[in-house]
Design a protein. Structure first.
Length: 146
């Protein structure tokens, strides 16, 4: 039997979170963290709502997942995020020691993948999942702001 809970399913859950951010006029980035095929954190950007430049979806997800598991290390977990993490989030993900990061759209200007050594050496990085859908959401948001 094929499990309906696969990378695409979880990225679609992150996209639902990105749409929640869009409804709040936040940059539409969403994230979920999964452990043992269960979503343990579900978040989106809150920088405008919280008036906090560090309230990126990934940062919110790390905090939520750490609270859920009762520890600061996220070994055995996967982050699904609609946009490639920035350097700040990449550093936080390094310290969380998360096993895997799956992102949708690449961030050519601010993506952490542009820098060697940002992510923990044991963390697996995979990009481009539902890239067009994730990227279009971001592009549409910024077009509406110009």
């Amino acid at each position: 039997m094929i499990s309906p809970y696969n990378d695409e399913y979880y990225m679609k859950q992150a996209l639902l979170e990105a749409h929640k951010a869009l409804e709040k006029d936040e940059i539409p980035v969403g994230a979920v963290i999964v452990a043992n095929q269960q979503i343990i954190a579900r978040t989106h950007n809150l920088t405008e709502c919280l008036n906090d430049t560090t309230a990126h979806a990934e940062m919110q997800a790390i905090t939520s997942a750490s609270g859920h598991i009762g520890g600061k290390y996220l070994g055995g977990c996967t982050l699904y995020v609609t946009l490639e993490p920035c350097v700040m989030c990449g550093g936080a993900l390094y310290w969380s020691q998360i096993d895997r990061i799956v992102f949708g759209a690449k961030d050519e200007k601010r993506g952490a993948g542009r820098y060697a050594g940002i992510y923990h050496p044991k963390t697996k990085i995979e990009g481009g999942l539902l890239e067009e859908e994730c990227g279009e959401l971001i592009r549409t948001f910024f077009k509406s702001k110009r």
